[in-house]
Design a protein around this ligand. Structure first.
Ligand code: MG
Length: 327
Protein backbone atom coordinates (compact mmCIF):
# COMPACT_ATOMS: atom_id res chain seq x y z
CA UNK A 1 0.00 0.00 0.00
CA UNK A 2 1.36 3.43 -0.89
CA UNK A 3 1.11 6.57 1.24
CA UNK A 4 -2.32 8.24 1.05
CA UNK A 5 -2.56 10.90 -1.62
CA UNK A 6 -3.11 14.50 -0.57
CA UNK A 7 -4.22 17.57 -2.50
CA UNK A 8 -1.31 19.79 -3.56
CA UNK A 9 -2.44 22.92 -1.74
CA UNK A 10 -4.61 22.10 1.20
CA UNK A 11 -5.51 24.75 3.73
CA UNK A 12 -7.68 23.04 6.34
CA UNK A 13 -10.30 25.10 8.17
CA UNK A 14 -13.21 24.17 10.43
CA UNK A 15 -16.59 23.78 8.70
CA UNK A 16 -19.13 26.13 10.22
CA UNK A 17 -22.23 24.71 11.87
CA UNK A 18 -23.72 27.34 14.19
CA UNK A 19 -25.80 26.01 17.08
CA UNK A 20 -28.90 27.71 18.44
CA UNK A 21 -28.52 28.93 22.01
CA UNK A 22 -24.76 29.52 21.91
CA UNK A 23 -23.06 32.94 21.91
CA UNK A 24 -22.23 34.33 18.46
CA UNK A 25 -19.01 35.96 19.66
CA UNK A 26 -16.41 34.89 22.22
CA UNK A 27 -13.48 36.76 23.70
CA UNK A 28 -10.33 34.68 23.71
CA UNK A 29 -8.16 35.78 26.62
CA UNK A 30 -4.62 34.88 25.58
CA UNK A 31 -2.47 33.79 28.53
CA UNK A 32 0.53 32.37 26.61
CA UNK A 33 3.02 35.19 27.25
CA UNK A 34 2.38 35.08 31.02
CA UNK A 35 0.78 31.84 32.25
CA UNK A 36 2.33 29.85 29.40
CA UNK A 37 5.89 31.13 29.50
CA UNK A 38 6.12 31.17 33.30
CA UNK A 39 5.78 27.36 33.25
CA UNK A 40 8.50 26.96 30.63
CA UNK A 41 12.03 26.31 31.88
CA UNK A 42 13.89 27.90 28.95
CA UNK A 43 14.24 31.62 29.77
CA UNK A 44 13.13 33.64 26.74
CA UNK A 45 14.81 36.98 25.92
CA UNK A 46 12.57 40.04 26.28
CA UNK A 47 12.80 40.89 22.59
CA UNK A 48 11.44 37.44 21.68
CA UNK A 49 8.54 37.81 24.12
CA UNK A 50 7.75 41.20 22.60
CA UNK A 51 7.84 39.78 19.09
CA UNK A 52 5.64 36.86 20.19
CA UNK A 53 3.02 39.22 21.67
CA UNK A 54 3.05 41.38 18.56
CA UNK A 55 2.65 38.30 16.34
CA UNK A 56 -0.31 37.16 18.45
CA UNK A 57 -1.96 40.55 18.12
CA UNK A 58 -1.27 40.59 14.37
CA UNK A 59 -3.07 37.20 14.21
CA UNK A 60 -6.17 38.88 15.68
CA UNK A 61 -5.73 38.23 19.40
CA UNK A 62 -7.65 41.09 21.05
CA UNK A 63 -7.01 40.33 24.72
CA UNK A 64 -3.64 39.31 26.07
CA UNK A 65 -2.02 38.88 29.47
CA UNK A 66 1.44 40.33 28.97
CA UNK A 67 3.44 39.48 32.07
CA UNK A 68 3.43 39.42 35.85
CA UNK A 69 4.80 41.89 38.37
CA UNK A 70 5.75 39.21 40.87
CA UNK A 71 9.09 39.28 42.62
CA UNK A 72 11.80 38.26 40.11
CA UNK A 73 12.96 35.76 42.76
CA UNK A 74 9.66 33.85 42.46
CA UNK A 75 9.52 33.63 38.69
CA UNK A 76 12.82 34.42 36.91
CA UNK A 77 11.11 33.98 33.51
CA UNK A 78 9.04 37.12 34.17
CA UNK A 79 11.78 39.22 35.81
CA UNK A 80 11.75 41.52 32.75
CA UNK A 81 8.19 42.83 33.23
CA UNK A 82 9.23 46.51 33.11
CA UNK A 83 11.44 46.06 30.03
CA UNK A 84 8.71 44.10 28.25
CA UNK A 85 6.10 46.77 28.95
CA UNK A 86 8.47 49.45 27.67
CA UNK A 87 9.21 47.59 24.44
CA UNK A 88 5.85 46.13 23.44
CA UNK A 89 3.73 48.21 21.10
CA UNK A 90 0.02 47.41 20.91
CA UNK A 91 -2.92 48.99 19.07
CA UNK A 92 -5.25 50.96 21.40
CA UNK A 93 -8.12 48.50 20.96
CA UNK A 94 -6.14 45.58 22.41
CA UNK A 95 -7.03 44.73 25.99
CA UNK A 96 -3.71 44.13 27.77
CA UNK A 97 -3.59 42.78 31.31
CA UNK A 98 -0.76 42.19 33.78
CA UNK A 99 -0.78 39.99 36.86
CA UNK A 100 0.01 41.60 40.22
CA UNK A 101 0.44 39.67 43.50
CA UNK A 102 0.53 42.60 45.94
CA UNK A 103 0.59 46.40 46.33
CA UNK A 104 4.28 46.56 45.45
CA UNK A 105 3.51 44.73 42.19
CA UNK A 106 0.60 47.08 41.54
CA UNK A 107 2.83 50.13 41.97
CA UNK A 108 5.33 48.65 39.52
CA UNK A 109 2.56 47.78 37.05
CA UNK A 110 1.06 51.28 37.17
CA UNK A 111 4.50 52.87 36.77
CA UNK A 112 5.03 50.64 33.71
CA UNK A 113 1.78 51.87 32.15
CA UNK A 114 -0.57 48.93 32.87
CA UNK A 115 -4.21 49.55 31.90
CA UNK A 116 -5.75 46.46 33.55
CA UNK A 117 -4.47 44.17 36.29
CA UNK A 118 -5.26 40.67 37.49
CA UNK A 119 -5.12 39.34 41.05
CA UNK A 120 -5.29 35.73 42.18
CA UNK A 121 -6.61 33.56 45.00
CA UNK A 122 -6.86 29.82 45.64
CA UNK A 123 -10.01 27.78 46.25
CA UNK A 124 -8.08 25.30 48.41
CA UNK A 125 -6.08 25.75 51.61
CA UNK A 126 -3.24 23.45 50.54
CA UNK A 127 -2.63 25.29 47.27
CA UNK A 128 -2.83 28.62 49.11
CA UNK A 129 -0.28 27.38 51.64
CA UNK A 130 2.12 25.69 49.21
CA UNK A 131 1.95 28.11 46.29
CA UNK A 132 0.97 31.46 47.77
CA UNK A 133 2.38 30.97 51.28
CA UNK A 134 -0.91 32.05 52.86
CA UNK A 135 -4.46 30.84 53.56
CA UNK A 136 -7.56 31.17 51.38
CA UNK A 137 -8.70 34.09 53.56
CA UNK A 138 -5.22 35.65 53.47
CA UNK A 139 -5.12 35.45 49.69
CA UNK A 140 -8.58 37.00 49.41
CA UNK A 141 -7.70 39.92 51.65
CA UNK A 142 -4.46 40.53 49.71
CA UNK A 143 -6.39 40.41 46.42
CA UNK A 144 -9.06 42.78 47.73
CA UNK A 145 -6.38 45.17 48.95
CA UNK A 146 -4.81 45.26 45.48
CA UNK A 147 -8.20 45.43 43.73
CA UNK A 148 -9.29 48.37 45.86
CA UNK A 149 -6.09 50.30 45.12
CA UNK A 150 -6.23 49.42 41.42
CA UNK A 151 -9.84 50.59 41.11
CA UNK A 152 -8.92 53.83 42.91
CA UNK A 153 -6.28 54.27 40.18
CA UNK A 154 -8.99 53.73 37.55
CA UNK A 155 -7.96 50.23 36.45
CA UNK A 156 -10.27 47.25 35.86
CA UNK A 157 -9.32 44.17 37.89
CA UNK A 158 -9.61 40.53 36.90
CA UNK A 159 -9.78 38.05 39.76
CA UNK A 160 -8.35 34.59 39.17
CA UNK A 161 -9.52 31.72 41.32
CA UNK A 162 -7.18 28.71 41.08
CA UNK A 163 -8.09 25.09 41.79
CA UNK A 164 -11.84 25.64 41.26
CA UNK A 165 -12.57 21.98 40.51
CA UNK A 166 -10.01 19.92 42.35
CA UNK A 167 -6.50 20.00 43.70
CA UNK A 168 -3.80 17.34 44.14
CA UNK A 169 -4.01 17.37 47.94
CA UNK A 170 -7.70 17.94 48.74
CA UNK A 171 -9.42 16.26 45.78
CA UNK A 172 -12.77 17.61 44.60
CA UNK A 173 -13.55 21.22 45.55
CA UNK A 174 -17.12 22.11 46.64
CA UNK A 175 -18.80 24.39 44.08
CA UNK A 176 -20.33 26.48 46.88
CA UNK A 177 -16.86 27.40 48.16
CA UNK A 178 -15.84 28.69 44.72
CA UNK A 179 -19.15 30.57 44.42
CA UNK A 180 -18.53 32.26 47.77
CA UNK A 181 -15.02 33.28 46.67
CA UNK A 182 -16.38 34.64 43.39
CA UNK A 183 -18.88 36.76 45.31
CA UNK A 184 -16.18 38.01 47.72
CA UNK A 185 -13.85 39.02 44.89
CA UNK A 186 -16.56 40.96 43.04
CA UNK A 187 -17.69 42.63 46.28
CA UNK A 188 -14.01 43.42 46.94
CA UNK A 189 -13.55 45.37 43.71
CA UNK A 190 -12.84 42.83 40.96
CA UNK A 191 -14.58 43.73 37.72
CA UNK A 192 -14.36 40.24 36.20
CA UNK A 193 -13.37 36.73 37.23
CA UNK A 194 -11.51 33.79 35.75
CA UNK A 195 -12.38 30.41 37.22
CA UNK A 196 -9.39 28.11 36.79
CA UNK A 197 -9.16 24.36 36.48
CA UNK A 198 -5.49 24.44 37.43
CA UNK A 199 -4.94 20.66 37.28
CA UNK A 200 -7.34 19.93 34.42
CA UNK A 201 -9.70 17.58 36.29
CA UNK A 202 -12.98 19.33 35.41
CA UNK A 203 -15.62 17.52 33.36
CA UNK A 204 -18.63 19.13 31.62
CA UNK A 205 -21.23 18.32 34.30
CA UNK A 206 -18.95 19.79 36.98
CA UNK A 207 -18.57 22.94 34.86
CA UNK A 208 -22.34 23.40 34.61
CA UNK A 209 -22.72 22.73 38.36
CA UNK A 210 -20.04 25.30 39.22
CA UNK A 211 -21.54 27.94 36.94
CA UNK A 212 -25.01 27.33 38.43
CA UNK A 213 -23.59 27.74 41.96
CA UNK A 214 -21.79 30.94 40.99
CA UNK A 215 -24.94 32.37 39.37
CA UNK A 216 -26.95 31.42 42.47
CA UNK A 217 -24.64 33.78 44.40
CA UNK A 218 -25.75 36.62 42.14
CA UNK A 219 -22.75 36.57 39.81
CA UNK A 220 -23.61 37.41 36.21
CA UNK A 221 -22.28 34.96 33.64
CA UNK A 222 -20.89 37.98 31.71
CA UNK A 223 -18.49 38.61 34.61
CA UNK A 224 -17.05 35.11 34.42
CA UNK A 225 -14.33 33.67 32.20
CA UNK A 226 -13.33 30.01 32.31
CA UNK A 227 -9.69 28.87 32.38
CA UNK A 228 -9.37 25.21 31.41
CA UNK A 229 -6.35 22.97 31.26
CA UNK A 230 -6.21 20.03 28.87
CA UNK A 231 -4.29 17.68 31.16
CA UNK A 232 -6.94 14.93 30.90
CA UNK A 233 -8.22 15.90 27.44
CA UNK A 234 -11.40 17.53 28.79
CA UNK A 235 -10.77 21.19 28.03
CA UNK A 236 -12.85 21.56 24.86
CA UNK A 237 -15.76 19.53 26.25
CA UNK A 238 -15.65 21.86 29.25
CA UNK A 239 -15.60 24.94 27.02
CA UNK A 240 -18.67 23.62 25.20
CA UNK A 241 -20.46 23.05 28.52
CA UNK A 242 -19.63 26.62 29.57
CA UNK A 243 -20.82 27.99 26.21
CA UNK A 244 -24.20 26.35 26.75
CA UNK A 245 -24.36 28.22 30.08
CA UNK A 246 -23.66 31.55 28.32
CA UNK A 247 -19.96 32.08 29.12
CA UNK A 248 -18.33 34.31 26.48
CA UNK A 249 -14.71 34.62 27.66
CA UNK A 250 -12.19 31.78 27.69
CA UNK A 251 -8.52 31.71 28.69
CA UNK A 252 -6.10 29.81 26.50
CA UNK A 253 -2.42 29.85 25.57
CA UNK A 254 -1.16 30.03 21.99
CA UNK A 255 0.26 26.66 21.02
CA UNK A 256 -0.74 25.25 24.42
CA UNK A 257 2.28 26.93 26.04
CA UNK A 258 2.88 26.01 29.66
CA UNK A 259 3.44 22.54 30.97
CA UNK A 260 1.45 21.11 33.84
CA UNK A 261 3.50 21.49 37.04
CA UNK A 262 1.34 18.89 38.83
CA UNK A 263 1.74 16.13 36.23
CA UNK A 264 5.26 16.12 34.81
CA UNK A 265 5.33 15.84 31.04
CA UNK A 266 1.58 16.49 30.77
CA UNK A 267 -0.20 19.32 28.99
CA UNK A 268 -1.36 22.38 30.88
CA UNK A 269 -3.17 25.28 29.26
CA UNK A 270 -5.77 24.68 26.58
CA UNK A 271 -4.20 25.70 23.25
CA UNK A 272 -5.74 28.82 21.71
CA UNK A 273 -5.69 27.17 18.28
CA UNK A 274 -7.71 24.18 19.54
CA UNK A 275 -10.21 26.54 21.19
CA UNK A 276 -10.53 28.75 18.12
CA UNK A 277 -10.95 25.79 15.76
CA UNK A 278 -13.98 24.60 17.76
CA UNK A 279 -15.43 28.10 18.18
CA UNK A 280 -15.16 28.85 14.46
CA UNK A 281 -16.72 25.46 13.71
CA UNK A 282 -19.67 26.54 15.85
CA UNK A 283 -19.90 29.76 13.84
CA UNK A 284 -18.66 31.79 16.83
CA UNK A 285 -16.57 34.85 15.94
CA UNK A 286 -13.20 35.38 17.65
CA UNK A 287 -11.41 37.77 15.26
CA UNK A 288 -8.44 35.39 15.16
CA UNK A 289 -6.76 34.02 12.03
CA UNK A 290 -5.87 30.41 12.81
CA UNK A 291 -3.00 30.06 10.35
CA UNK A 292 -1.25 33.23 11.53
CA UNK A 293 -1.75 32.16 15.13
CA UNK A 294 -0.29 28.70 14.47
CA UNK A 295 2.71 30.40 12.81
CA UNK A 296 3.24 32.55 15.92
CA UNK A 297 3.07 29.44 18.12
CA UNK A 298 5.49 27.52 15.90
CA UNK A 299 7.85 30.49 16.04
CA UNK A 300 7.77 30.46 19.86
CA UNK A 301 8.05 26.64 19.95
CA UNK A 302 11.41 26.99 18.17
CA UNK A 303 12.58 29.36 20.90
CA UNK A 304 11.48 27.25 23.88
CA UNK A 305 12.90 24.13 22.28
CA UNK A 306 9.90 21.82 22.19
CA UNK A 307 7.02 21.39 19.75
CA UNK A 308 3.56 22.71 20.50
CA UNK A 309 1.31 20.06 22.09
CA UNK A 310 -1.70 21.59 20.27
CA UNK A 311 -3.51 19.16 17.97
CA UNK A 312 -4.55 22.01 15.68
CA UNK A 313 -1.06 23.51 15.43
CA UNK A 314 0.40 20.07 14.70
CA UNK A 315 -2.23 19.32 12.04
CA UNK A 316 -2.10 22.74 10.37
CA UNK A 317 1.70 22.76 10.16
CA UNK A 318 1.95 19.17 8.92
CA UNK A 319 -0.75 19.55 6.27
CA UNK A 320 1.05 22.64 5.03
CA UNK A 321 4.37 20.79 5.00
CA UNK A 322 2.99 17.82 3.09
CA UNK A 323 1.30 20.18 0.61
CA UNK A 324 4.56 22.08 0.02
CA UNK A 325 6.49 18.82 -0.51
CA UNK A 326 4.24 17.99 -3.44
CA UNK A 327 4.66 21.31 -5.22
MG1 MG B 1 -3.25 28.10 33.12
Amino acid sequence: MSAPEQPAAWSPAPHRFPQAGLPTQVRVYEVGPRDGLQAETEVIPTAAKVEFIERLVAAGVGTVELTSFVSPRWIPQLADAEQLMAQVSLPDEVRAVVLVPNLRGLDRAIAAGATEVAVFVSATEEFAKRNLNTTIAGAVSAAVEVATAARAAGLPVRGYISMCFGDPWEGSVPVERVADLARELLDGGCTSLSLGDTIGVATPGHVRALLAAVQARGVDVDQVAMHFHDTYGQALANVYAALTAGVTEFDSAAGGLGRCPYAKGATGNLATEDLVWMLHGLGIETGIDLNSLADASAWMADRIGHASPSRVVTALLSSRRSASHQT
